[in-house]
Design a protein around this ligand. Structure first.
Ligand code: KG4
Length: 333
């Protein structure tokens, strides 16, 4: 089954063709990062307009690149939540039109389900059940994946997403937007023990997280250094910050996996590209005899193929979108 899949929830427009949920035939991505960088963050209206400009061109390019004709498309999958509403609507409307024109099923896909499914593309042997940590610019959550479409949130951030915290810290350090990658690079030469940053403990649920205190601590450190006329050791602050985020994510995920008896852990989303978090997960999973999966860097960020992967399993489970399908800024997984 060949699925044309569309992603437009934030600042990447992506159109892919995926076969049977596991094989990428093509994955066309246009990143708007340069358009938003001057503003220090994503400007929703600019995002929507840019999606509108490029989405048809990417679809055309996808067909050419894969050598697939329109008649070979069996279904159209699209991200319909969560994300920037204007941005999502561009993808949803385009998907509906294509599905109608080709007379094929329309499959709505939750963005975070897609991020987790990116691992199905990279690891043909991976099957549920497993525990997933999804960490991106807008979400941070630990999810028990009991089946391809049967998911339960075990813990989540109570405030900011981990990616948001990376982006804010990067801004304080003058590293531009998006900040995760530059912080990761800068941290490589720093001393991760130099700055003591707070690790939040959340009442009630040991698997919930909080990143707003960490974000505020970095902002305060930077302001205090500025007031005193002291120079910040930026590489060490970046390294200490990465350590703090990793220490918030890794032990919680491992503890949840052990509590649920899961022997496979999957990490997903843009922040899963972080080298410190990957390293700490490798060590922790080795120590606990847990099999660890994380997607290649190319599948960590937003892409269309991950929507085609999850879309396939949604289709098999009977999820079909009607032609009045809407987009939603917020939606639980
Ligand atoms: O999954 P994603 O591409 O988009 C969303 O669905 O949100 O995630 C984007 C987030 C941004 O906050 C970005 O700064 C972060 O992922 N990110 C990283 C790294 N690469 C991207 N964070 C930490 N380390 C990285 N290497």
């Amino acid at each position: 089954m060949i699925i044309l899949s569309i992603e437009s929830s934030c600042d990447e427009t992506a159109v892919a063709l995926v076969e049977n949920g596991r094989k990428i035939l093509t994955d066309q991505i246009f990143s708007q990062v340069d358009l938003h960088a001057v503003y220090g963050g994503v400007v929703p209206e600019i995002a929507s307009r840019s999606h509108t400009e490029v989405i048809s061109i990417l679809a055309q390019r996808a067909l050419q690149d894969a050598g697939i004709s329109r008649r070979e498309i069996d279904a159209v999958a699209v991200t319909y939540a969560p994300g920037l509403i204007g941005a999502l609507l561009v993808g949803v409307n385009f998907a509906k039109s294509v599905a109608m024109a080709l007379d094929v099923p329309l499959i709505p896909v939750h963005h975070i389900r897609g991020h987790i499914a990116a691992n199905y593309l990279a690891f043909p042997e991976l099957e549920p059940p497993f525990l997933a940590l999804a960490v991106s610019g807008g979400n941070s959550m630990i999810v028990d994946i009991r089946g391809y479409t049967d998911m339960h949130i075990i813990g989540a951030t109570r405030d900011d997403a981990a990616g948001e915290c990376f982006d804010k810290t990067a801004r304080v350090l003058g590293l531009g937007y998006p900040g995760g990658k530059p912080i990761d690079e800068l941290s490589q030469t720093g001393d991760d023990l130099k700055y003591k940053l707070p690790l939040a403990h959340v009442e009630d649920n040991p698997y919930d997280m909080s990143f707003s205190g960490l974000k505020t601590a970095v902002v305060n450190l930077a302001h205090q250094a500025q007031q005193r006329g002291e120079a910040l050791d930026a590489p060490s602050l970046a390294a200490s910050f990465c350590r703090a985020v990793s220490e918030s994510l890794v032990p919680r995920t491992i503890a949840a996996a052990k509590a649920l008896g899961r022997d496979k852990v999957v990490i997903a989303g843009g922040v899963a590209a972080n080298s410190r978090i990957r390293r700490d997960f490798i060590a922790a999973c080795e120590a606990e005899n847990i099999r660890l999966y994380f997607p290649p860097l190319s599948l960590c960020g937003d892409n269309g193929a991950m929507i085609g992967a999850q879309g396939y399993y949604e289709y098999l489970a009977g999820t079909h979108g009607a032609f009045d399908l809407n987009a939603y800024a917020n939606m639980t997984i």
